[in-house]
Design a binder for this molecule. Structure first.
Ligand code: ATP
Ligand code: MG
Length: 446
């Protein structure tokens, strides 16, 4: 009886895993694979009498034989002390303070060991501040997953493991440190991180770590849209977008980030699903080939199913062009309440969407071809066709139009003119003195 009560009161992380120190000859993390900037920072911290450990994705990915994209350093030095040690460093004051140290082209995140936080959460258990400092051991306990809490030191090149991270790494398991439910409540973004790492690393999520996600997903709606935008980038632009997207749906998380998208997919929009899946697959291919990808395209695809559904409803009462305009404005407006999308991505996305109708109509094709957004809009058109949308062969037409010489282009234009007049006036209501070629500009910005 008493035992049960004690078990109930004690956080599930107890008893802690004992500290394991894995000497250099028993692991494969080599200085040669660590960025010189991170090494210099660790060395300088040590020389100044502090501790400096490599931690997080850098250690994890090196142990897995991968090539980490960034390196994080943890230290007992306080943010002010770190800042004084490194010229060109900045304290970034988010929920917890971290210091960005710039060395050449690299920026290394240096964080002070965190301690056990005092009660400073809101009613949902969300941590508002997390600035209590601590030791290496408390720092390990405050990290998210065991495989992210492995520390590498230049002192003896050993790895320090307080949470059983190495065992989980070997088992390819993602396990939350401490009581998963509490930790998700403290910071709901950890649910997205679970999905992201599971997808990226191909790890299975340990059952107790997975279970609370199904019921706590709605907590993501309390996270500021700007932070969620950052997470969306990490979710879909890390080379594992396909796996991530599928897991997001499996864990019922997509609906908390992109509610209109999830609703359209649940309503059975097979084409929409195919369009998104194809976009994710293409994104993965590009990322893996080191080609640029833009959030504008990813958002354009994710929001296309609800946008089209809304436009189809509006088309009952108005011509297609303004219907698409209004649907786009509404769907984007709703989405921004969940995840932000900075203007530098929002505008291109909107331009890509707005060109769709004109690409299908093929009016004044030369002018369209000259627009800066043509290439992206054309790619999007091809994707729509590939996903089964019936667009009157517009994709092939545009492919050919770009390949042929000017004379042939003129012929193609003449042919479509022959077809188009009927199409033009089809749904239009009679308007006062309207020149049909001066329909409102689709993007409203030309
Ligand atoms: P990536 O390969 O995406 O960089 P990462 O594990 O390095 O993966 P970061 O976001 O760079 O992830 O964070 C660095 C480390 O900080 C993590 O490995 C983890 O130990 C810790 N961390 C980051 N975000 C959280 C969080 N929300 N809660 C607890 N610990 C976190
Ligand atoms: Mg990292």
């Amino acid at each position: 009886m008493l035992k049960r009560l004690i078990n109930k009161l004690l956080p599930r992380s107890q008893p802690r895993d004992p500290l394991k120190i894995i000497p250099r000859d028993e692991h494969n993390v080599s200085r040669r694979d660590i960025s010189p900037a991170a090494l210099r920072i660790m060395k300088r911290l040590e020389d100044a009498g502090h501790q400096g450990f490599l931690v997080g994705g850098g250690v994890r990915d090196l142990l897995l034989g991968g090539h980490p994209k960034d390196f994080d350093v943890a230290t007992d030095a306080r943010p002010e002390q770190i800042r004084r040690l490194f010229r060109g460093s900045r304290i970034i004051g988010r929920r917890f303070q971290i210091v960005h140290v710039r060395m050449g082209r690299e920026i290394i995140e240096v964080t002070t060991f965190r301690g056990h936080h005092q009660q400073s959460g809101n009613d949902d258990g969300m941590l508002l501040r997390d600035n209590v400092y601590g030791s290496l051991e408390t720092d390990a306990a405050r990290r998210d997953f065991t495989v992210n809490a492995l520390y590498y030191t230049l002192n003896d090149f050993a790895i320090h493991d307080y949470t059983g991270g190495l065992r989980d790494l070997e088992k390819r398991t993602l396990r939350m440190i401490g009581d998963p439910e509490t930790r998700y409540k403290e910071d709901p973004v950890r649910m997205l991180r679970a999905v992201r790492f599971a997808a990226k690393l191909g790890f299975s999520v340990e059952p107790a770590t997975a279970a609370p996600i199904f019921k706590l997903g709605a907590l993501l709606e309390n996270v500021p849209p700007a932070r969620l935008f950052e997470e969306v980038l990490k979710l879909f632009m890390n080379g594992s977008a396909t796996a991530t997207f599928n897991l997001m749906r499996e864990y019922h998380l997509l609906g908390h980030l992109f509610p209109a998208t999830e609703a359209a997919l649940q309503a059975g929009d097979e084409q929409g699903l195919a369009l998104i899946e194809q976009t994710m697959a293409n994104t993965d291919k590009r990322v893996r080939a080191d080609k640029p990808v833009t959030p504008a395209f990813i958002y354009a695809a994710l929001l296309w199913p609800p946008m089209r559904a809304r436009a189809d409803a509006l088309i009952e009462d108005m011509p297609p062009q303004p219907a698409y305009q209004q649907a786009a404005t509404e769907v984007i407006g709703q989405q921004l309440g969940h995840t932000a999308l900075p203007k530098r991505f929002l505008i291109p996305m909107r331009e890509m969407w707005d060109m769709q109708h004109r690409l299908v109509q093929r009016r004044q094709p030369q002018r369209l071809l000259e627009q800066s957004r043509f290439r992206a809009a054309y790619d999007f058109l091809l994707l729509r066709e590939a996903s089964g949308e019936k667009l009157d062969g517009a994709g092939n037409w545009w492919t050919r139009f770009q390949e042929v010489d000017e004379q042939e282009q003129q012929k193609m234009i003449a042919e479509t003119r022959g077809k188009n007049p009927k199409a033009k006036g089809r749904r239009r209501r009679p308007r006062k003195k309207t020149n049909p070629d001066q329909a409102p500009s689709p993007s409203g910005q030309e």
